[in-house]
Design a protein around this ligand. Structure first.
Ligand code: SF4
Ligand code: SF4
Length: 175
């Protein structure tokens, strides 16, 4: 596989978060990452940072190797990094680039549509609302969804999402 260095992409990430420059590839982040452990190293934060340092845009965005969306944003890696690299901030730049390239996973696309339409990513179900009432919790309120919708559309958020219903094949996971 031929890997092309994209200097603009590398500079874009470094410009957004200069802590990338200080990574010396010690792999302490990978050692503590719960997802790296669960995936037997298939997901690897050190490799994400390495590819960012090298400007390997195609590997990070199109191939998604490793897949940045697996990160839980638990911040364990950030806490232990001896160089104070802000990994999750850097991952945000990669994720944003994925979204602009139409490479947003279905689950995140659905949550984004929910934010656009209701103002929250994971709306409470009726049973949860009922349970809240039984527990004497205050009525759950969000900002006006119409205002949120208007704001998000004004920055082109809706243009980044997929609204078509999944085909039966997609729903079945390609079976
Ligand atoms: S722990 Fe920090 S310095 Fe070490 S590889 Fe990870 S990001 Fe780089
Ligand atoms: S923030 Fe992401 S990369 Fe870092 S330890 Fe948690 S899951 Fe792993």
């Amino acid at each position: 596989m031929t890997l092309t260095i994209d200097y603009d992409f590398r500079n874009q990430i470094r410009g957004f978060n200069a802590s990338l420059n200080y990574c010396y590839q010690c792999a302490t982040c990978t050692g503590i990452c719960p997802v790296a452990q669960l995936t037997n190293g298939d997901f690897n934060p050190r490799k994400l940072i390495e590819a960012s340092l090298l400007g390997l845009k195609d590997k990070l965005i199109n191939l998604q190797q490793p897949n940045v969306w697996y990160c839980l944003t638990c911040q364990k890696c950030v806490e232990v990094c001896p160089q104070k690299v802000e990994l999750t901030e850097i991952f945000d730049v990669i994720k944003n680039s994925c979204v602009k390239a139409g490479k947003i996973p279905d689950a995140f696309n659905s949550q984004a549509i929910s934010v656009l339409e209701t103002g929250i990513a994971l709306p409470f179900s009726d049973p949860i609302m009922k349970r809240r009432g039984q527990l004497g919790l205050e009525e759950y309120k969000t900002a006006d969804p119409k205002e949120i919708n208007t704001l998000l559309k004004s920055i082109g958020f809706d243009k980044l999402l997929r609204f078509e219903a999944p085909t039966k094949t997609e729903k079945d996971g390609g079976k």
